[in-house]
Design a protein around this ligand. Structure first.
Ligand SMILES: Nc1ncnc2c1ncn2[C@@H]1O[C@H](COP(=O)(O)OP(=O)(O)O)[C@@H](O)[C@H]1O
Ligand SMILES: Cc1cn([C@H]2C[C@H](O)[C@@H](COP(=O)(O)O)O2)c(=O)[nH]c1=O
Length: 206
């Protein structure tokens, strides 16, 4: 039976790395997959990991229809054993429904990777739908850590080095950006996210 699996965790916990490993292991055994992403930091049509690996991917923009695309591929005689969808938090709920139809109606495995919650601790609509529909939701085992050493569970956004809790839900960016960066991200434990205490703020308070 094909399955819809959602691999989730904070930013920087290894989701894209796992996506690339799944792709590597399956293609090494002769299986054929299609790779999709949306708004990867490395640029359009790329799936990149901070470990330095990167691969070509199809950019699934807001108009993209996964089910129609797969039907087209299969009708053209292409073999498709699995689908990888990175940065899945950016997908619309309708696109996640399409992925579920790819699994149920076309018997193709779908592996989706994404952060669950945004910088305000609210679920992304695409992640919410994945949690609702997935056959399994896996939390990645490699823990990203807060500056205090606790497991990082939340994503903070900084502007000019200061943590913010208002703004657009989607702003592409990275962790470890310079304190002066216009927009950066930092993973924190819930306690320090609630207190808006980033590493820089804690150091300044010391
Ligand atoms: N120089 C490094 N040496 C070893 N591991 C690294 C290095 N840089 C990044 N990583 C690992 O890569 C992880 C980030 O992987 P990535 O797939 O880019 O994360 P995600 O897609 O979840 O944001 C880090 O949590 C860390 O475990
Ligand atoms: C928390 C949060 C993140 N984003 C963006 C920032 C990055 O471009 C991606 C996450 O990528 P990663 O591979 O998991 O590190 O999402 C955002 O747009 N809005 C947010 O609230």
């Amino acid at each position: 039976m094909a399955e819809l699996a959602f691999f989730s965790g904070t930013m920087d916990c290894g989701k894209s790395t796992l996506a690339l490993q799944i792709q590597h292991n399956r293609s090494a055994r002769g299986l054929r997959g299609l790779i999709f992403t949306r708004n990867d930091r490395a640029g359009e049509g790329l799936l990149s990991s901070r470990l330095g690996l990167v691969t070509q991917a199809t950019e699934a923009d807001e108009k993209f229809d996964f089910h129609a695309h797969l039907v087209g591929c299969l009708a053209a005689g292409e073999r498709v054993d699995y689908v990888i969808a990175d940065e899945a938090q950016f997908l619309s709920p309708e696109q996640v429904d399409q992925l579920a139809r790819v699994v149920d109606d076309l018997s193709v495995d779908v592996y989706a990777f994404g952060i669950a919650t945004d910088f305000r601790t609210k679920l992304f609509p695409g992640s919410q739908r994945l949690i609702e529909l997935a056959d399994r939701v896996e939390v990645l085992q490699v823990e990203a850590l807060c500056w205090c050493g606790a497991r990082a569970t939340h994503n903070a956004r900084t502007e000019g080095g200061r943590m913010v809790v208002e703004g657009a839900q989607v702003v592409v960016g990275d962790v470890g950006a310079a304190a002066t960066a216009e927009v950066g991200y930092e993973v924190l434990c819930r306690r320090h996210h609630r207190h808006r205490l980033t590493a820089a703020a804690a150091a300044a308070a010391d």
